[in-house]
Write a protein that binds this ligand. Structure first.
Ligand code: BTN
Length: 245
């Protein structure tokens, strides 16, 4: 693959930078924006994303699509998550899983996060700005007890470049495959890699109440399917519940 990488010394957010660029000019498909120092990283649900210069990877990818229906847009997230865990497995990261919908874990610690911003045109996805933050060589996360890095989990440092290239290669391969795969092909593999699948977990609902339920899989539009105590399997959206443990 020909790589088109824009390297920035510093920026507020690579997703924001890339979105503005796409609005201003013609951006080649699969263009990557990489920031050495991302100063105001954005996460899911309006959260921030912290990174450290020289130790973390923060980048965004522009991907245009033809024929991905808007209702199938979770396919993009599944392809990206699976690409990241494949790359991490090649580095020997132990107990890799996907915490639905966008966290990549080793054991029960988060090592990477994904922020996908899709632009729709009618009933299809026109393009996505896919932002990925990976903790590579950090040795401590003072105020984030649930965070870890590849180095902490594998036991050795990695070059930021080699991690970047492994993730990009896996991701571009997955996008290639996506032209022939459908939602359920991807979903099967995705479900096999879900964090806490088939075991009783504690969730919190919108009202702040805790309840026990079992993660069973993903619905046809990317919702989380959980089995509640009365044995009913119900779909939930990201804003509707939080996995506590
Ligand atoms: C999350 O876990 O909530 C998602 C975190 C996504 C962070 C990445 S870092 C590169 C890209 N630019 C951003 O501002 N956010 C994403």
């Amino acid at each position: 693959v020909v790589l088109n990488i824009i390297k920035l010394n510093a920026t507020d957010s690579t997703n924001t930078y890339l979105k503005l660029l796409v609005n201003k000019t013609n951006v080649v498909d699969q263009t990557v924006v990489l920031a050495e120092d991302q100063q105001r990283g954005r996460g899911q649900m309006g959260n921030g994303w912290l990174s450290r210069k020289g130790q973390s990877l923060t980048f965004s990818v522009f991907k245009s699509f033809k024929g991905v229906m808007a209702e199938d847009q979770f396919m993009i997230s599944m392809a990206v998550s699976l690409a990241i865990i494949n790359a991490f497995k090649t580095f020997g990261l132990p107990k890799v899983s996907i915490k639905w919908p966008n966290d990549i874990l080793s054991g029960n610690k988060k090592v990477a996060g994904i922020l996908i911003e899709n632009v729709l045109e009618g009933a299809t996805v026109k393009y996505s700005v896919i932002g990925i933050g990976i903790n590579v060589n950090e040795m401590e996360f003072p105020s984030l007890p649930q965070a870890s890095s590849l180095k902490l989990e594998i036991g050795k440092s990695l070059e930021l470049e080699e991690v970047l290239h492994a993730v990009l290669k896996n991701m571009f391969d997955k996008f290639e495959l996506m032209t022939t795969q459908n939602f359920s092909d991807l979903r099967n593999v995705y479900e096999q890699n879900l964090f806490r699948k088939d075991i009783v977990s504690v969730f919190e609902n919108k009202e702040g109440q805790h309840f026990n339920a079992i993660i069973k899989g993903i619905s046809g539009i990317g919702e989380l399917l959980i089995e509640t105590e009365n044995k009913a399997i119900e779909p939930f959206q990201i804003k509707e519940l939080k996995l506590i443990y």
